[in-house]
Ligand binder design. Structure first.
Ligand code: SAM
Length: 271
């Protein structure tokens, strides 16, 4: 038996037209209306799968007026599906306004699992641990980029960015975080899919002639220190004439590490 809902949130492909579930196709066929961000974009998908359902635009500039229309359809017992141009609705796409109204008006809503750039990216890149912070699109101002990059310095920080801005965004991140490791994916599930995992210097050099396509990026957590790194810093400070105890105080304060451990390493580090 299949459970019926009034409203379905339906993910669509992020590049490869085949990345849509059987259930999504079945629901897009079965509902009375499809609310879509851009009717022309969705129509291409519907034509591909020979789906005749009527599309009605629902985007960030008309969401409030469209909510009334869809509520009136639902009150007549019609079923509606929401799609965005690509991927999962409400992941950096419209939907929040209507969902709130539907819930407060007592309609039943369900979301189908499906394509999404951030989850596809997460399952493709090497990663330690399960935690990540996804901030949607990176803001444009240098100040906000720097603030976010330092606020989430200990997290896997994931963001969407346009090809026009990504290189300047990465340069700003480098000013705040140094030459950190990042993962950058473009055109996931498309012909020119590419994933680069390396430090910022490498990635900036690799794309020095520019970058095209749709992009999702992750900054790996900055390591507070590693043994090798600390030894280099200790050696540099010794060369400058600092004593082992002074070095222990400086490095433990700067990198939030144990003072005695630094002191022990300093004792055993030759210049
Ligand atoms: N709702 C979509 C989702 O589920 O991922 C995201 C919509 S958002 C308006 C579009 C942004 O998602 C693009 O600018 C890009 O940053 C990212 N994106 C979408 N498709 C992508 C793909 N195939 N490869 C890499 N990033 C993609």
């Amino acid at each position: 038996m299949v459970r019926e809902f009034d409203f379905y949130i339906v993910p669509t492909p992020i590049g490869n037209l085949s990345d849509i579930t059987l259930r999504a196709l079945e629901i897009l066929k079965r509902v009375d209306y499809i609310a879509c961000e851009d009717t022309r974009t969705t129509q291409k998908l519907l034509n591909h799968y020979n789906i005749q359902t009527k599309c009605i635009s629902y985007h960030k500039y008309n969401e409030h007026e469209r909510v009334e229309l869809f509520l009136s359809y639902l009150s007549e017992g019609k079923k509606v599906a929401l799609v965005s141009d690509a991927g999962t609705p409400m992941i950096c796409d419209p939907g929040a306004v209507i969902i709130e109204e539907l819930i407060s008006n007592g309609y039943t809503v369900t979301a189908l699992p499906g394509a999404c750039a951030v989850t596809t990216f997460l399952s493709r890149i090497p990663r330690e641990g399960e935690e990540f912070t996804f901030i949607g699109f990176m803001p444009r101002s240098e100040k906000q980029i720097s603030e976010l990059a330092s606020l989430y310095a200990k997290n896997n920080l994931i963001f969407y960015e346009s090809p026009e801005r990504i290189l300047s965004t990465l340069k700003t991140i480098k000013k705040t975080r140094g030459n950190v490791k990042i993962a950058l994916a473009r055109e996931l599930s498309k012909l020119f899919e590419e994933v680069v995992v390396n430090d910022l210097d490498f990635v900036l050099k690799y794309y020095s002639n520019g970058i095209k396509g749709e992009i999702v990026c992750m900054i790996y957590p900055s390591k507070t220190s590693d043994d090798n790194d600390i030894e280099i810093k200790i050696r540099n400070l010794k060369i400058k004439g600092f004593k082992d105890k002074e070095i222990a105080v400086i490095l433990s304060t700067l990198y939030d590490i144990n003072k005695n451990n630094v002191y022990q390493v300093a004792l055993n580090t030759d210049v």
